[in-house]
Design a protein around this ligand. Structure first.
Ligand SMILES: Nc1nc2c(ncn2[C@@H]2O[C@H](COP(=O)(O)OP(=O)(O)O)[C@@H](O)[C@H]2O)c(=O)[nH]1
Ligand SMILES: [Mg+2]
Length: 326
């Protein structure tokens, strides 16, 4: 049996920055056992006054664009500036693809050994909603443990970008030069979520292609809805082999952060996000309670069967379940 600590032991460990206790606390929040969940909820409440002080950055882009490599370079740069950096991965597909976390671990080899950094992959086998909830809780625990910058890597699969956008202050979209948007699965909607476009692999004989792509994307941005923050989205070259490009990205991120702090967008965005977390949780709870209801469970199978046979319309079946619950 796994050892469970007391609430105060978790709390003290986390607040003193003890990463063993931090890891144990994250594991506690990942548990589906009711008593673990209850303790986790009490812990999350207790740490709340110590959260919210980190800069939260989301990083997205097609597989292979260089997200994990960028996080390794960016994370090491930031720790060299005396920041403590936590890296979270949000990857609802990791169960199917199997090896993605393993792949990322090798991409982040030096960061994984960096004493000022902490890397925590998403547990596999969660639904998208579950991954989002889990990532939020891990983020809060890392903030309470004193991390200054939280980097969240997402895979390029539609909805997870929106989820990550919804829990971060700043969102980077990484793009390849010369690959075309279709090929990279970059939808217009995702481009509109980004605060920065970073064209990766700006090194070797790829540099002229990156410059062309940079100009093309800067032009394309004119046809998109501008961000609500009032910020002008920069399109920046990026290479893990060019320290200046990494440094420049951080400099511009600082500029962006002070811009949105001054115009009030930073706190407005956090407030909106907190409300949206609350409603996401309500939806999850309602759904869970609904399906856990024995009355529903008893009638569900029968009604599913009727819908399958076409003897009643899906909407009617759903409505009957709702009236059954009341
Ligand atoms: N030349 C070059 N290769 C890069 C750069 N960044 C990443 N790569 C390579 O691109 C491949 C995919 O990188 P990875 O970080 O795993 O991409 P991810 O799937 O987006 O996380 C790897 O082979 C990396 O070595 C870069 O800045 N320059
Ligand atoms: Mg990766």
């Amino acid at each position: 049996m796994r050892k469970r600590l007391s609430l105060s032991a978790y709390l003290e460990g986390i607040l003193s920055g003890d990463r063993v206790v931090l890891s144990q606390a994250i594991t506690l929040t990942e548990s589906s056992r009711a008593d673990d969940r209850e303790l986790a909820d009490r812990l999350l409440e207790a740490i709340l006054p110590h959260t919210g002080n980190a800069v939260r950055i989301g990083i997205t882009g097609a597989p292979g664009v260089g997200k994990s490599s960028f996080i390794e370079a960016f994370g090491n740069y930031l720790t060299a500036q005396d920041y403590r950096v936590a890296v979270l991965a949000i990857d609802p597909s990791s169960r199917q693809s199997g090896g993605s976390i393993l792949g990322d671990k090798t991409r982040m080899e030096t960061l994984a050994r960096n004493p000022s950094a902490y890397i925590r992959p998403t547990p596999s086998g969660l639904t998208l909603g579950g991954v989002a909830r889990q990532t939020r809780e891990t983020l809060l625990l890392c903030e309470a443990a004193g991390f200054d910058i939280i980097l969240i890597e997402t895979v390029g699969v539609g909805q997870s970008e929106t989820e990550v956008r919804n829990m971060t202050d700043c969102f980077f979209l990484l793009l390849l030069a010369g690959a075309g948007d279709e090929l990279q699965g970059v939808k217009r909607g995702i481009m509109e979520l980004a605060d920065f476009l970073l064209i990766t692999k700006d090194d070797g004989d790829n540099r002229t292609r990156v410059e062309t792509a940079r100009r093309d994307y800067a032009h394309a941005l004119h046809f998109l809805a501008p961000p609500a923050s009032g910020w002008t989205v920069p399109v920046l070259p990026c290479s893990i082999f060019q320290d200046e490009s990494i440094e420049n990205i951080w400099k511009q991120t600082e500029e962006y952060l002070s811009f949105i702090q001054k115009n009030g967008f930073f706190s407005a965005q956090r407030e909106r996000q907190n409300l949206s977390w609350m409603h996401a949780f309500i939806r999850q709870q309602l759904e869970a309670q609904f399906y856990a209801n024995p009355l529903i469970q008893r009638r569900l199978q029968d009604l599913e069967e009727q819908v399958r046979k076409g003897t009643i319309p899906p909407l009617t079946a759903a409505k009957r379940l709702f009236s059954a619950e009341i």
